[in-house]
Design a protein around this ligand. Structure first.
Ligand code: FBP
Length: 252
């Protein structure tokens, strides 16, 4: 499957929900949002193009019924928040298993700059090759991270991240916001033809977040793959509608 099959009008909003592993349950501010069923329902009702889970959540919640309603992007690697200085995030499952779980695409986080960069680049290469054989698109979360990198959201670092996705053979790059529309536009340009989606980051005010969404879409992004700014909002359904209207330029 080509990545374009996951898009609607060449755009996409994916609901990221792998935070239980990456940050722990403290990210889930309410009882509802700790429940993957709530997230599936939100993604479906709000018109998202896919939901992002780790394998354990997919095994327990991504039933054949959900498969018929919303695509799954399976995150193949992951780590905890305690591994952040020179991070290494090895695969916890394979593209073959992702396919068995019903995933339409796979995701893998790279931490360029980390002392463990070489291991991740090697594994990403092997996984991307396997994903291609299985006709599953691969989305690279590219988060340069190391004691050597002081600001992982600087334009230079984000643009470099976008280009790494192209160099290493990803179909889509998920990158942080670089602080301005202009600098993000450059990130989109240097990744081309790899599609770029915004990684949301920690929760900010609704107004600020919607402005970032506008900026990245005007900068040529394909869309978003966000979590906290949606499901930590006071009303996740309401903010999802607003995001949808900006990304697709129309009412849902
Ligand atoms: P958010 O929109 O909530 O930032 O989610 C995007 C994401 O990449 C998640 O998929 C992942 O769990 C998290 O951010 C990792 O964030 P970080 O490594 O920056 O703490």
């Amino acid at each position: 499957m080509d990545i374009n099959f996951l898009l609607k009008d060449n755009k996409a909003i994916f609901l990221a929900y792998d935070h239980g592993l990456e940050h722990g349950p403290s990210d889930f501010l309410t009882k509802e949002t700790a429940n993957p069923e709530y997230i599936l329902n939100l993604a479906y009702e709000a018109g998202f193009q896919g939901v992002i889970f780790q394998k354990g959540v997919a095994e327990k919640f991504y039933t054949p019924e959900w498969k018929s309603k919303i695509p799954l992007i399976l995150k193949l690697n992951g780590k905890t928040k305690w591994q952040n200085d020179e991070p290494y995030s090895p695969a916890v499952c394979s593209p073959e298993y992702a396919k068995e779980l019903g995933a339409s695409a796979v995701g893998y986080t790279l931490y360029p700059g980390s002392n463990r960069e070489a291991e991740m680049f090697k594994e990403f290469g092997q996984i991307a090759q396997k994903a291609r054989e299985l006709e599953m698109p691969i989305i690279a979360w590219v988060y340069p991270r190391s004691k050597k990198i002081t600001n992982e959201e600087s334009p230079e670092v984000v643009q470099y991240a976008a280009r790494i996705a192209l160099e290493l053979g990803a179909d889509m790059a998920k990158i942080k916001y670089s602080g301005s529309k202009e600098s993000f536009q450059r990130a989109v340009e240097v990744a081309n033809p790899v599609k770029v989606v915004l990684s949301g980051g920690s929760k900010v005010s609704e107004e600020d977040f919607l402005q970032i969404v506008k900026d990245v879409m005007e900068a040529g992004a394909t869309g978003l793959a966000v979590g906290r700014n949606v499901w930590q909002a006071d009303n996740p359904f309401e903010i999802s509608k607003k995001i949808y209207n900006i990304v697709f330029g129309s009412k849902q």
